[in-house]
Design a protein around this ligand. Structure first.
Ligand code: PMP
Length: 429
């Protein structure tokens, strides 16, 4: 008998390309039928066959206080009764901007948008507009949403500009993007020596979560800060994932780095579409209506989404919130690592705040190249064993995982127990 998930997936593929509205949801990388989710609460969600899972993706980051937190739901309900969208400013938007500026001190001014893609795309345009330069630098393995100039991979040589990674991106756009190696400060410095005067900005995930979890080395970010200042390029930290996830002040507070611009998303919307970009006021004033860099949005600063975000940002400021989140996440990855050792499986794991990485490798990878050497086949087998046991991990070997404040000791313990059985099964295969 086919499951309800199978039926829904077959039906979805008739009306939607691949049956999903965002590619990784289709389980292409791990195989099998995606789970269609019907409801979620705390650390759990339920699929169409009414199976319950411990959720370790949390909507890919936003669900940091757990699903359907009563405070967040109440804030959304109250806001919704006052009207869904006005297309005119509200006091709640000022409060959110003020709060973001207070929690992330490098942000002197901020603008709200509706997705991380939009925020990163706008930050790039702003950096280009403010510097009058076209060239940008990004790093292999980092994802900043799907704006044309960011869907680019490295060209044939160090100083050759990139090639599109997606059909539909003109080479003329990609040729302004230089793609360098993550965690290679010497290479970055050399490129700046060669062409620093034509670089508008460098954009980076300070704790990369889109090639599995890969934190930047402090030296890499410090070098970036130094060369950007020296050559007048804008340093952009993409904290869509790491912001309010690895620490209350984001990765920049952990590293002690002050970027010129920061890109935020995910947690700041608490599960509804809010993202933002902000930073130095002298750069932000180039934005319309003050300056010549155009940027706008019908639903930007939407009253309902802002209410969800504000309720979430209030909860994460509770004393001890990040200490607890980090401790629970560390407990999970230590438990997984110990379970793998018992089964003699080549595996290791890492975490930063409420984000974690699982690696089928003997050592924690420190670069994109070493990350790509992780055993994907083993990850896929582990993923399915865990899914069968009711633990939902990211359906790809190269995505980070997320823990919420509702993942208590019992949840972590039962996840480790499932991992112990999964590793034992892998050892037998
Ligand atoms: N930047 C980073 C670091 C991200 O992780 C993501 C999404 N995973 C984005 C940008 C794009 O955000 P969105 O999916 O909201 O467009």
């Amino acid at each position: 008998m086919t499951s309800k998930n199978d039926q829904l997936f077959a039906r979805a593929q008739l009306s939607t390309p691949g049956g999903v509205n965002s590619p990784v949801r289709a389980f292409r990388s791990v195989g099998g039928t995606p789970r269609f989710i019907t409801r979620a609460e705390g650390p759990y969600f339920w699929d169409a066959d009414d199976r319950r899972y411990i959720d370790y993706i949390g909507s890919w980051g936003p669900a940091i206080v757990g699903h359907a937190h009563p405070d967040v739901v109440k804030a959304v309900q109250e806001a919704a009764t006052r009207g869904l969208s006005f297309g005119a400013p509200t006091e709640a938007e000022i409060e959110m901007a003020e709060l973001i500026c207070r929690l992330v001190p490098s942000i002197e001014q901020v603008r709200l948008v509706s997705s991380g893609t939009e925020a990163a795309m706008s930050a790039l345009r702003l950096a280009r507009g403010a510097t009058g330069r076209d060239k940008i630098i990004k790093f292999e393995g980092c994802y900043h949403g799907h704006a044309d100039s960011l869907l680019v991979k490295a060209g044939s040589g160090l100083l050759t500009f990139g090639n599109p990674t997606s059909a539909g991106v003109p080479e003329d756009f990609a040729k302004h993007t230089l793609v360098l190696d993550y965690n290679d400060p010497a290479q970055l410095e050399n490129v700046f020596k060669e062409m620093g005067d034509s670089i508008a900005c460098v954009i980076v995930e300070p704790v990369a979560g889109n090639m599995n979890l890969l934190p930047a080395t402090p030296e890499f970010l410090q070098t970036m800060r130094r060369v950007c200042t020296q050559y007048g390029a804008v340093m952009i930290l993409d904290e869509v994932m790491s912001g309010f996830r690895v620490a209350l002040g984001g990765a920049q507070s952990l590293y002690g780095i002050t970027p010129d611009l920061t890109v935020l998303g995910k947690v700041i919307g608490g599960g509804l579409p809010v993202a933002a970009f902000g930073g130095r006021a002298d750069i932000m004033r180039h934005l319309a209506p003050l300056g010549g860099v155009y940027q706008a949005g019908t639903l930007s600063g939407n009253p309902v989404t802002v209410a969800a975000g504000m309720a979430t940002l209030k909860l994460i400021q509770a004393p001890g919130f990040y200490e607890n989140l980090s401790a629970q996440t560390a407990k999970l990855v230590h438990g997984f690592s110990a379970a793998a050792r018992e089964a003699d499986i080549a595996f290791c794991a890492n975490s930063v705040g409420g984000m974690f990485g699982l690696y089928f490798a003997t050592e924690v990878p420190v670069s994109y190249d070493t990350m790509m050497k992780c055993d994907k086949t083993r990850f896929n087998a582990f993923f399915h064993a865990m899914l069968d046991a009711g633990v939902y991990l990211a359906p790809s070997a190269f995505e980070a995982g997320f823990v919420s404040a509702q993942h208590d000791d019992a949840i972590i313990e039962s996840s480790i127990k499932a991992a112990r059985a999964a590793f034992a099964q892998l050892a037998d295969d």
